[in-house]
Design a protein around this ligand. Structure first.
Ligand code: NAD
Length: 434
């Protein structure tokens, strides 16, 4: 947490500290729980994952933005309770839902949201506020969460309790913009719910942005992520034909970025990963198709281009080896970075996984370095190794897939026979780029 955090004692009234439940202690929920605890709430971090909760109880954080020290401070303050026992949610004043929203056979899977809302309904009391933060399609808060809460509690949304939606904008690994200094969009199903949601987040973040309804807030989040997805796909497609035309796309992006208006830089890469870009835009296209019978063509195109990028990287690896009279089959390839983005340990749906699978299928000997990734979704045949000069010099090709700051790039360039840099991080005579 930031040193500028409040002391955490301002919320207590008449010796009572308001209780804030966070449903889901993942990449979104854990930092939020830490922040709320630091701001003075009594926080119950409820999760179904027993292993995850056990680790948290023992002061071990798996989210890089939350240090073990911060976690231990929260535990020691007595204001943070990680738990799998839903009964600990009893008596809550505020509840935030930060559970996963995956795709199942291409369609939104809201089972975690339904389950979390069902749990909260058991403990909902008049005057409480419930806010959904999970990324989802417009209509979820009002059409799904509200009715579940009402049915399970016998209370009426808007009359007896407040209900809102506030999309999380957390960017794991981004130290320049922690979520509490990033403006937070807030909404409610009516004026009182909007006021309650705004009041809550005004205590947790430096700026809130009110919008007129949960649907607008839900669409705002999907607009932001679809915007990134589409623009990354655009620059990825340009990168592929720029390479064939022997033009440096990175130099073109830098040059275009000097325009002070009407341009925003996006850079090519090995594909998109994580919980957001490969999934969220499809929530919107599903909603558009379901409600209007129309396809959202930009999303389909972006999915197509971005999901092709790992294959493109493998093609470039094959060309690079080929130029030096080597086949992929039997070559030793060292992958730098398994996470889907720099300085995070999140390797969910990481393009590195696909690159590794394709290389293994072609008979390559694949090794990988990534000190951040603990939960590893990569094939067990990929040997996890430390980044040493011996590993680098023994590789036929080093491929930079994720440019973590803690890699010794100087050594890599000095020792490697050849480097394919998918992130444009290093310079050198034996380096080529996407
Ligand atoms: N990770 C990001 O960078 C990011 C950024 C913005 C928004 N989001 C959105 O936030 C939501 C959560 O994402 P995340 O990355 O934190 O996911 P995560 O998988 O890291 O964490 C979610 C947690 O919720 C728990 N959970 C599942 N069902 C539950 C239930 N019924 N009750 C209590 N806990 C339950 C899981 O065990 C897990 O620990 C998703 O909708 C995601 O799209 C994620």
């Amino acid at each position: 947490m930031s040193p500028a955090d409040p002391a955490g004692d301002t919320l207590e009234t008449n010796g009572r500290r308001p209780t804030l439940v966070v449903e889901g202690q993942g990449y979104v929920g854990l930092p939020l729980a830490m922040r709320a605890s630091a701001c003075g709430y009594r926080v119950v971090g409820h999760d179904l994952d027993e292993h995850r909760i056990k680790e948290l109880v023992n002061g071990r954080s798996f989210v890089e933005d939350v240090s073990d020290v911060d976690l231990q401070d929260a535990l020691d303050s007595g204001r943070y309770l990680p738990t799998v026992d839903a009964r600990d949610c009893a008596g809550f004043d505020v509840a935030l839902i930060t559970v996963p929203t995956p795709l199942k056979e291409g369609a939104p899977d809201l089972s975690c949201i339904r389950q979390a809302a069902t749990t909260l309904a058991r403990f909902l009391q008049p005057g409480a506020t419930v806010v959904l933060e999970s990324t989802t399609y417009p209509g979820t808060t009002e059409d799904i969460v509200g009715p579940i809460l009402e049915e399970g509690s016998g209370l009426i949304a808007g009359t007896d309790f407040s209900l809102g939606y506030s999309p999380e904008r957390i960017d794991p690994g981004n130290r320049a913009h922690p979520f509490w200094t990033t403006p937070k969009v807030v909404s409610g199903i009516d004026a009182a719910s909007l006021a309650a949601t705004d009041q809550l987040y005004s205590k947790l973040v430096s700026e809130t942005v009110r919008v007129s309804s949960p649907k607008v807030a839900e669409l705002t989040k999907l607009l932001e992520n679809t915007f990134r997805h589409v623009n990354i796909a655009l620059v990825n497609e340009i990168a592929m034909f720029a390479s064939d035309l022997d033009i440096d796309v990175w130099e073109a992006v830098d040059a275009a970025s000097t325009k002070p208006f009407g341009f925003m830089p996006f850079t090519p890469g090995p594909g998109v990963g994580g919980h957001c870009l490969p999934i969220d835009p499809s929530y919107l296209s599903w909603r558009v198709m379901r409600s209007l019978g129309r396809s959202f063509r930009f999303v389909e195109l972006a999915n197509d281009v971005n999901s092709h990028m790992p294959d493109y990287v493998v093609t470039r690896i094959a060309h690079s080896l080929n130029r030096r009279r080597k086949a992929v089959n039997g070559s030793r390839v060292l992958l730098l970075g398994l996470a889907y983005k720099p300085n995070t340990g999140d390797d969910r749906m990481s393009p590195a996984t696909v690159v590794a699978q394709r290389l293994l299928a072609s008979g390559a000997e694949v090794r990988a370095c990534d000190t951040h990734v603990v939960e590893d979704h990569v094939d067990v045949r990929v040997a996890r190794v430390e980044l040493t000069s011996e590993e680098v010099s023994a590789a036929d090709l080093v491929v930079i897939l994720t440019d973590h700051d803690d890699f010794d790039y100087e050594m890599v360039v000095a020792e490697a026979a050849a480097v394919l840099d998918a992130r444009h991080r290093v310079r050198g005579p034996d380096v080529e780029y996407l």
